[in-house]
Structure formats: structure tokens, C-alpha cells
Write a protein that binds this ligand. Structure first.
Ligand code: 13P
Length: 337
């Protein structure tokens, strides 16, 4: 079947030891928030400048094998006037696209959320594919409160995520399946672990029901952390809890687990990834990244929206990517910062 060959080729181009995925798919309100911190207005021009800077960073392909783009960027030119997906592929970085339309409250379930965007998805995927996207990303979001996420919400979200993944595979795009249990709140690490385990179990059960081929997808989960308003946890504690949850839930057929950073500081996310890889003992999946903030933040603070800072910002991005590359091998040390 044609689409299987295509999906296999994409997985082969994306899953490499020591390489991860750069998430640069912030929605318009989110990128405006990130730019506000550096006093830069979010316009079509500034967004293009920033994302072009990312994708044309010399040497980035050594540590990054995929980039998740927002719809707008997929049809933009990078600075050297080739289209962004071609500029990425010049360094063997595969382009993908965020295809969900964001979260809304789940009706009649106070505190629970659900993600929209399934209507017309197959047609949109065909267009994105023509423009150079080879994989897609969809994020379901779960907050932690006293009675949230409810079992009902966990099941509803899993169903949506699995339907998205099935449509992607049918259309020849590798699905990144992202169930994010947020770290906001006062919960402890055990509560985060329990919620994440319930969420991931429901997700894999739904993927099975929808005939999704596990070998041809990527899981993008949260690490297991205490809530932001709770205490900090040491990397070893995060790693133990994260690996335990993944071992309970993720089938061996899944080739790669690429963590989101979810609001962790860049150094914190890298140290946690490093501990996860150090503690991993013959895990069947690659344990890699699909960081947004934790890869971009330092570079953004160097760039400040100014063309004269592009080269230094690219160096900052490359360094962050390199440190995460070391962490994927369990060889990162804080002294490398
Ligand atoms: P963060 O790493 O900033 O959480 O972003 C990853 C992402 O793509 C969220 O959907």
C-alpha cells in the first residue's frame, strides 16, 4: 500500500538516535505572547523572520530531525527565498504541521477540556501534504483539579486523538499523538503520574480501536512532574516516575517518545531528559524531545526581534539543541551550560 511506504519513509527520516523534534507551531495568540516578552510585535513579517531563523540555523539538522510548523509558516519562504519545508529538508529536517484547532471547555464537564478540528481534516491534510508536510501534530490538554480530568473527559479526548491519528495515517502523514497533562497546579508528582497513566492507557486503547499502526506514529507526552505550585523534584525522581508511567502504558511497537517541555525552564527540561535516558535500561522506544519553549526560549532572548542578532540567536538555538542531543544519550552535565 502506497501510504505505508510513505509513512515508513517518514518515520525513518524522523527517528534517529540523538536527534529530536523542534516544535515551532505556536498559534497566533501564543506566539504573540512569546514575542511580547522581547518587546516584539507579532506580525506576519516578524513571525516569518523568527521561524526562518530557526529553520536555517546552520548545523541544526545534526540534532533535529523534524520541525512542527504552524499553517502560516508552511506556505512562507525562508530568508533564502525557498519555501520553509524545503529549507528544512536542506538539512534533512522533516516538516510537519499542527492540525488541531485548539482546546475548548468540554460541554457539561466543568474543568475538562477537548480539542477541536476533526471536521474536514482529511481534505486539509491533503493540502498540507502538497505544501510539503510529512507529519502532523494534535494536542489534547488535561488540567489537574480535584475531580478533573474526569474519566468521561479522558475517554472523550482519547477518542478524538485516535480519530485524528487514523485520518493522518490514511492520508500518508505520520501522526504525533500529544496528550498533555498540564503541570499547572498544586498537585504532587504522584497525582501527575496517576492522571498521566489513566490518560495514556485510554489513548492507546482508542488507538487500538481505530486501527492506528503503532509502528508508524510518535507519542509526545509530558514528563511526570510535581505541579508548578508544589515543590521542585530532582531529575532522578522525575525520571523514575516518568519511566514507570511509560512502561505501564506505551506498547513496545511505538518507535519514539518525544517529550514536550510544558513550561519547564530549558535547563530543567534538559536535565530531566538526561536523567530519563540515564535511568533507561533497554527501553524499546527512543526517548527524545519535541520541545517548543525549552528549545526556543534562550534563542528568542538573544534575537529580540533584531536582524543584527540573527547569527547569535542561531548559535544559542544550536547550543540548546546540542545539549538536548547529549541528554538523549544521558551524557549531559550542567557544566556544559
Ligand atoms: P512546549 O515544549 O513549549 O510545551 O511545546 C511543545 C508543544 O508543541 C505543545 O503542543
Amino acid at each position: 500500500m502506497q501510504y505505508l511506504t510513505e509513512l515508513e519513509a517518514t518515520i525513518n527520516d524522523m527517528v534517529h538516535p540523538g536527534r529530536g523534534i523542534l516544535a515551532a507551531d505556536e498559534s497566533s495568540p501564543t506566539i504573540a505572547k512569546r514575542f511580547k516578552v522581547i518587546n516584539t510585535e507579532s506580525t506576519e513579517k516578524t513571525r516569518r523572520a523568527w521561524r526562518s531563523l530557526l529553520v536555517t540555523t546552520p548545523g541544526l539538522g545534526e540534532y533535529i530531525s523534524g520541525i512542527i510548523l504552524f499553517e502560516e509558516t508552511l506556505c512562507q519562504k525562508a530568508d533564502d527565498s525557498i519555501m520553509v519545508p524545503q529549507a528544512a529538508w536542506a538539512q534533512k529536517i522533516v516538516s510537519g504541521i499542527k492540525v488541531d484547532k485548539g482546546k475548548i471547555p468540554l460541554a457539561l464537564s466543568p474543568g475538562d477540556l477537548i480539542t477541536e478540528g476533526l471536521d474536514g481534516l482529511a481534505e486539509r491534510l491533503r493540502d498540507y501534504k502538497q505544501q510539503g508536510a510529512r507529519f502532523a501534530k494534535w494536542r489534547e490538554v488535561y488540567s489537574i483539579e480535584q475531580h478533573v480530568p474526569s474519566q468521561h473527559a479522558i475517554e472523550a479526548n482519547a477518542e478524538v486523538l485516535a480519530r485524528y491519528a487514523a485520518v493522518c495515517q490514511q492520508e500518508g502523514l505520520v501522526p504525533i499523538v500529544e496528550p498533555e497533562v498540564l503541570m499547572d497546579g498544586e498537585h504532587d508528582i504522584d497525582r501527575h503520574a496517576a492522571a498521566t497513566e489513566a490518560v495514556q492507557q485510554a489513548v492507546f486503547s482508542a488507538l487500538h480501536r481505530h486501527h492506528v499502526i503503532l509502528e508508524l506514529m510518535i507519542l509526545k507526552p509530558n514528563m511526570i512532574l510535581p505541579g508548578k505550585s508544589c515543590r521542585q523534584a530532582e531529575p532522578d525522581e522525575v525520571a523514575t516516575a516518568t519511566l514507570k508511567t511509560l512502561r505501564h502504558t506505551v506498547p513496545v511497537a511505538v518507535p519514539s517518545i518525544n517529550f514536550l517541555s510544558g513550561g519547564q525552564e530549558p535547563e530543567e527540561a534538559t536535565a530531566n531528559l538526561n536523567a530519563i535516558n540515564q535511568q533507561s535500561t533497554d527501553e524499546p522506544w527512543q526517548l527524545s524531545i519535541s520541545f517548543g519553549r525549552a528549545l526556543q526560549q534562550t534563542a528568542l532572548q538573544v534575537w529580540l526581534g533584531k536582524p543584527e542578532n540573527v547569527t547569535d540567536a542561531q548559535k544559542a538555538l544550536l547550543k540548546r539543541a546540542y545539549l538536548n542531543h547529549k541528554a538523549m544519550q544521558g551524557q549531559y552535565q550542567t557544566s556544559m551550560e
